[in-house]
Write a protein that binds this ligand. Sequence first.
Ligand SMILES: Nc1ncnc2c1ncn2[C@@H]1O[C@H](COP(=O)(O)OP(=O)(O)OP(=O)(O)O)[C@@H](O)[C@H]1O
Length: 323
Amino acid sequence: MLEAAKEQAIVARGLKRSYKTRAETVDAVQGIDLTVGKGEIVGFLGPNGAGKTTTLKMLCTLLEPTDGEAIVAGCDLRRDARGVKRRIGYVAQGGTTMREAKVSLEIVSQAQLYGLSRQEGERRGKALLKALDLDGIWDRACGSLSGGQRRRLDIVMGLIHEPELVFLDEPSTGLDPQARANLWNHIRSLRDEFGTTVFLTTHYMDEADALSDRLLIIDHGRIVGEGASAELKERLSGDAITLTLRTSEDATKSQETAEALDNAANVVCEGNVVHFRVPNGASVLPGLLRRLTDLDIEPIGVEIARPTLEDVFLNLTGRSLRD
Ligand SMILES: Nc1ncnc2c1ncn2[C@@H]1O[C@H](COP(=O)(O)OP(=O)(O)OP(=O)(O)O)[C@@H](O)[C@H]1O
């Protein structure tokens, strides 16, 4: 690949991965191109089963691509997997610390795994604990920590060898809202203080929105959208209208009525809910409701909203991120 790719944190071209099971072949990742700049926080957003973890594991050298190539942290993924491994950190979905083990032991062992001395492991470990607001847990057992503390400890483990690039798989899954917001602040500060590039997977829109400088949206193993959250939303001009009807029959008729409006776009019916976009929701709605009344349809809910990431996803894929 191009020498210029080494100036970026990640450049991947045509990455593919299939899983062969007895019954079938699953094409989990179907040819992904992506670029992540140094010092960026990039959110890899997609519904369950979209191919996020598979992509992440390929980029971390934990899974061999079926096809394609990548330069990760300046090293060729296929030819220099060891070089990649040395330069990156990886924080798995479930974490790696053992309940019974002491925090200090886990941290120092992790450091030694990367060839660091015990003293250096202790020095870096304590500094990272401080940076992640975990002072005072050095002598505690991992299992005695709260969910949020344990997740931050996972991040300390992933950063002990001072990687220039860290991969976080679903960093805030299982945390309460306050612990999630707190974790996001810490992830941002890692980038701000240490210049660490962060590539994280998530299926939470709020996480992607709050944390990422840029988003890559993946669905069915392909990248379907890319850009800063604000840019992605801006590309969807106009207001999103959501009508909730009593029955799916009413929803189908409402969908037809919405489709007949001037300037209505992306009209989608899901069960008893109809979504669409119009340039000016407030002026369109009274006429639409009159037409529905003429059809004997009375919506049980009407919402007008500025575009959200959910709308972006709906627009890109024709379905809801939650499905
Ligand atoms: N070891 C495996 N064998 C067979 N199929 C697999 C294997 N691992 C993943 N898959 C399938 O590959 C697809 C992508 O899975 P992947 O875990 O990458 O998605 P994901 O976006 O990370 O999902 P989640 O948000 O649920 O973690 C899914 O259809 C999944 O069922």
